[in-house]
Design a binder for this molecule. Structure first.
Ligand code: KQY
Length: 365
């Protein structure tokens, strides 16, 4: 059974570990909604299956899937991937799933944030999101992990931690009035401290240009280890991404982490720029109120949106001219892990990438 706990993780001695801490497994949700994924989700399902299969080489992988897609996902995915029925509105478990926290004594709990589809009725990406809102609770119930319900609208893709007390996030997302309009920046920081056990927040201003999540940090910057940050970058000063990445670089260069260290910032040159083709846009169902997909749309492409699995880095392949250099930087940043590239354009077309579709369950006892 999974109990609902009424205190906070920090008060009970729990904190969110870094993504590179050992996992007992990874969670994903199977894509299918035709107003987000082209051609009824079939190309995205192939990409998700490739990501899941790569992760499952190094740790157990569970795929949540709607009742309608259960048999299809079960047939497509290899038998060692666990497939469980979890109703959902879309397939971004980084955002709808729980954030697991550890107490360092073997205990594991989960934080269940409020989810409002990246902005609710003020710029959110679809309505309703009632099934996504239940995903975290269902995952924790399946795992018999106790749950804290956080009184904060938050998606997991909007935070990164170094596991030593530092959190990285963006003002564009966390201070967006369509998330927690009644809370000040200081009050939001207090909630992050209470629910993630962090002591210090580094605020970047904005995320990737045209990112439909309101600038999630997991698409622009991440820790590779304490003191080392990877930043999505472009050298092209005429690209609207330039100012955004430059501002992040300046802030990170001046920042100190929770332990008082300065940060080393490594630039990871972005793919492209990449744009949606007319053929790709034509494959997406038009539904009033959902995110429109137009030909020529600038895609929020970034190599920072990779996943750290046990023993492997699962990185998106997005641009043959840039993939190799990105893979080399990742290999250097993670010398103990094998870098595995997955063709990820179909995931990008849905509005995110590999980090956004995965959720780690860190190892407790
Ligand atoms: O990037 C993410 N964390 C989620 C992207 C959601 C896009 C929905 N179309």
């Amino acid at each position: 059974m999974s109990k609902l706990l009424t205190s906070t993780p920090a008060a009970d001695g729990f904190a969110m570990p870094a993504e590179w801490a050992p996992h007992t497994g990874t969670w994903m949700i199977w894509p299918e909604r035709p107003d987000n994924w082209r051609l009824g989700g079939k190309p995205a399902q192939a990409a998700y299956a490739a990501v899941a299969t790569a992760i499952a080489e190094t740790e157990p992988l569970t795929m949540g899937v709607s009742p309608a897609q259960y048999q299809n996902a079960r047939r497509v995915l290899p038998p060692h991937i666990r497939v469980v029925e979890i109703a959902n509105n879309d397939s971004w478990i980084r955002d709808s799933g729980p954030t697991f926290v550890l107490d360092g004594k073997g205990g594991v709990c989960g934080v269940d944030w409020i989810f409002n589809a990246w902005g609710g009725l003020e710029g959110g990406l679809y309505f309703p999101w009632d099934q996504d809102e239940l995903v975290a609770q269902k995952v924790l119930e399946i795992e018999r992990v106790d749950r804290y319900k956080a009184p904060l609208v938050l998606e997991g893709g909007s935070i990164h931690v170094d596991g030593e007390g530092t959190l990285l996030t963006t003002e564009e997302c966390l201070l967006n009035p369509n998330r927690n309009p009644s809370l000040t920046k200081e009050e939001i920081e207090k909630q992050l401290q209470a629910h993630l056990g962090i002591r210090h927040t580094i605020w970047l201003e904005r995320g990737v240009y045209n990112d439909e999540t309101s600038g999630h940090v997991d698409n622009i910057a991440c820790f590779a280890r304490p003191g080392l940050v990877l930043l999505s970058w472009t050298d092209d000063i005429s690209d609207p991404q330039y100012e955004r990445s430059k501002d992040c670089f300046d802030r990170l260069s001046k920042a100190k982490d929770a332990k008082g260290r300065s940060l080393e910032v490594v630039k990871l040159h972005q793919p492209g720029p990449l744009f949606e083709t007319a053929e790709e846009a034509a494959g997406v169902d038009h539904v009033e109120g959902s995110q429109p997909r137009e030909p020529g749309l600038r895609l929020a492409a970034s190599y920072v949106n990779f996943y750290i699995a046990n023993g492997a880095i699962i990185m998106p392949l997005l641009d043959p001219k840039r993939d190799g250099a990105a893979a080399e930087i990742l290999a250097k940043a993670f010398p103990d892990r094998k870098v595995k590239g997955i063709d990820a354009r179909e995931i990008l077309l849905g509005g995110g990438n590999i980090h956004c579709i995965t959720q780690q369950q860190p190892a407790g006892r």
